[in-house]
Design a protein around this ligand. Structure first.
Ligand SMILES: [Zn+2]
Length: 146
Protein backbone atom coordinates (compact mmCIF):
# COMPACT_ATOMS: atom_id res chain seq x y z
CA UNK A 1 0.00 0.00 0.00
CA UNK A 2 1.12 3.55 -0.72
CA UNK A 3 1.32 6.40 1.71
CA UNK A 4 0.21 9.77 0.46
CA UNK A 5 0.75 13.20 1.90
CA UNK A 6 -2.64 14.81 1.54
CA UNK A 7 -2.59 18.03 3.54
CA UNK A 8 -0.49 20.03 5.97
CA UNK A 9 1.65 17.13 7.11
CA UNK A 10 -1.18 14.63 7.61
CA UNK A 11 -0.28 11.24 6.16
CA UNK A 12 -3.12 8.96 5.14
CA UNK A 13 -2.99 5.17 5.09
CA UNK A 14 -5.41 2.64 3.64
CA UNK A 15 -8.01 1.53 6.22
CA UNK A 16 -7.45 -2.21 5.68
CA UNK A 17 -4.47 -4.55 5.49
CA UNK A 18 -5.56 -5.77 2.05
CA UNK A 19 -7.70 -4.28 -0.72
CA UNK A 20 -11.39 -4.02 0.15
CA UNK A 21 -13.85 -2.83 -2.49
CA UNK A 22 -16.21 0.10 -2.16
CA UNK A 23 -19.69 -1.42 -2.40
CA UNK A 24 -21.67 1.81 -2.12
CA UNK A 25 -20.39 5.26 -3.02
CA UNK A 26 -20.62 8.80 -1.66
CA UNK A 27 -23.54 11.10 -2.44
CA UNK A 28 -27.20 10.63 -3.33
CA UNK A 29 -28.39 7.02 -3.50
CA UNK A 30 -31.52 4.94 -3.10
CA UNK A 31 -32.27 4.67 0.61
CA UNK A 32 -31.92 0.97 1.53
CA UNK A 33 -34.38 1.39 4.41
CA UNK A 34 -37.00 3.50 2.61
CA UNK A 35 -37.74 2.18 -0.88
CA UNK A 36 -38.41 4.92 -3.40
CA UNK A 37 -36.59 7.56 -1.35
CA UNK A 38 -33.19 9.14 -1.95
CA UNK A 39 -30.68 9.66 0.84
CA UNK A 40 -27.41 11.56 0.80
CA UNK A 41 -24.72 9.02 1.72
CA UNK A 42 -22.05 10.92 3.66
CA UNK A 43 -19.34 8.31 3.19
CA UNK A 44 -18.56 5.06 1.42
CA UNK A 45 -19.40 1.48 2.35
CA UNK A 46 -16.53 -0.97 2.11
CA UNK A 47 -16.32 -4.71 2.19
CA UNK A 48 -18.45 -7.15 4.03
CA UNK A 49 -16.41 -9.78 5.85
CA UNK A 50 -17.31 -9.66 9.56
CA UNK A 51 -14.36 -9.35 11.90
CA UNK A 52 -11.98 -7.80 9.36
CA UNK A 53 -9.68 -5.38 11.23
CA UNK A 54 -10.04 -1.73 10.18
CA UNK A 55 -7.05 0.58 10.56
CA UNK A 56 -6.55 4.21 11.54
CA UNK A 57 -6.13 6.12 8.26
CA UNK A 58 -4.34 8.92 10.13
CA UNK A 59 -2.59 9.36 13.45
CA UNK A 60 -4.59 11.30 15.97
CA UNK A 61 -6.80 11.34 18.99
CA UNK A 62 -9.88 9.16 19.28
CA UNK A 63 -12.69 11.71 19.65
CA UNK A 64 -15.46 9.09 19.81
CA UNK A 65 -15.71 5.38 20.58
CA UNK A 66 -19.27 4.52 21.42
CA UNK A 67 -22.44 2.58 20.60
CA UNK A 68 -25.32 4.24 18.78
CA UNK A 69 -28.05 1.61 18.29
CA UNK A 70 -30.19 3.76 15.99
CA UNK A 71 -27.61 4.72 13.38
CA UNK A 72 -23.88 4.07 13.54
CA UNK A 73 -23.80 1.04 15.83
CA UNK A 74 -20.33 0.71 17.33
CA UNK A 75 -18.47 3.69 15.90
CA UNK A 76 -15.07 5.36 16.15
CA UNK A 77 -13.79 8.78 15.15
CA UNK A 78 -10.16 9.81 14.85
CA UNK A 79 -9.13 13.50 14.63
CA UNK A 80 -5.91 14.65 12.99
CA UNK A 81 -3.38 16.55 15.08
CA UNK A 82 -4.02 19.79 13.18
CA UNK A 83 -7.80 19.49 13.65
CA UNK A 84 -8.48 19.57 9.90
CA UNK A 85 -9.35 15.94 9.26
CA UNK A 86 -11.70 13.51 10.96
CA UNK A 87 -12.07 9.87 9.98
CA UNK A 88 -15.27 8.07 11.01
CA UNK A 89 -15.91 4.33 11.14
CA UNK A 90 -19.37 2.85 11.72
CA UNK A 91 -21.15 -0.48 12.25
CA UNK A 92 -18.17 -2.19 13.92
CA UNK A 93 -18.62 -5.62 15.46
CA UNK A 94 -16.56 -4.04 18.23
CA UNK A 95 -14.36 -0.99 18.71
CA UNK A 96 -10.69 -1.40 19.51
CA UNK A 97 -9.79 2.10 20.73
CA UNK A 98 -10.99 4.15 23.68
CA UNK A 99 -12.25 7.72 23.76
CA UNK A 100 -9.30 10.07 24.28
CA UNK A 101 -6.70 7.50 23.26
CA UNK A 102 -4.00 8.61 20.82
CA UNK A 103 -3.62 6.17 17.94
CA UNK A 104 -0.97 5.95 15.28
CA UNK A 105 -1.80 5.47 11.62
CA UNK A 106 -2.28 1.76 10.96
CA UNK A 107 -3.51 0.94 14.46
CA UNK A 108 -6.54 -1.38 14.54
CA UNK A 109 -9.50 0.82 15.51
CA UNK A 110 -12.25 -1.81 15.23
CA UNK A 111 -13.60 -4.88 13.47
CA UNK A 112 -16.11 -4.90 10.61
CA UNK A 113 -19.64 -5.74 11.69
CA UNK A 114 -23.27 -4.86 11.15
CA UNK A 115 -24.30 -3.06 14.35
CA UNK A 116 -26.73 -0.14 14.30
CA UNK A 117 -28.70 0.88 11.18
CA UNK A 118 -27.16 -1.63 8.79
CA UNK A 119 -28.46 -4.32 6.46
CA UNK A 120 -25.27 -6.41 6.19
CA UNK A 121 -21.71 -6.40 7.50
CA UNK A 122 -19.69 -3.49 6.07
CA UNK A 123 -17.58 -0.52 7.09
CA UNK A 124 -19.25 2.86 6.69
CA UNK A 125 -16.24 5.16 6.31
CA UNK A 126 -16.48 8.94 6.45
CA UNK A 127 -13.77 11.53 5.86
CA UNK A 128 -14.46 15.05 7.08
CA UNK A 129 -12.29 18.02 6.17
CA UNK A 130 -12.90 21.06 8.39
CA UNK A 131 -16.17 19.47 9.47
CA UNK A 132 -17.49 18.77 5.98
CA UNK A 133 -17.91 15.21 4.66
CA UNK A 134 -15.96 14.67 1.44
CA UNK A 135 -15.90 11.71 -0.93
CA UNK A 136 -13.36 9.20 0.45
CA UNK A 137 -13.05 7.37 -2.88
CA UNK A 138 -10.31 9.54 -4.47
CA UNK A 139 -8.16 9.22 -1.33
CA UNK A 140 -8.77 5.46 -1.11
CA UNK A 141 -7.95 5.06 -4.81
CA UNK A 142 -4.75 7.11 -4.44
CA UNK A 143 -3.67 4.92 -1.53
CA UNK A 144 -4.22 1.81 -3.64
CA UNK A 145 -2.16 3.34 -6.45
CA UNK A 146 -5.16 3.55 -8.79
ZN1 LIG B 1 -22.65 3.88 4.52
Amino acid sequence: MNETLISGGTFFGYPFMTFVPIVSGFGPRADPFHPGQIENHNGVDMGGVPGTPALAMISGKCSASAFDPDLNGNYVRIDSDDGIWQIGYAHFERCNVAFGEYVNKGHIVGFVGSTGHSTAPHLHLTIRKNGQAIDPAPILNALKGL
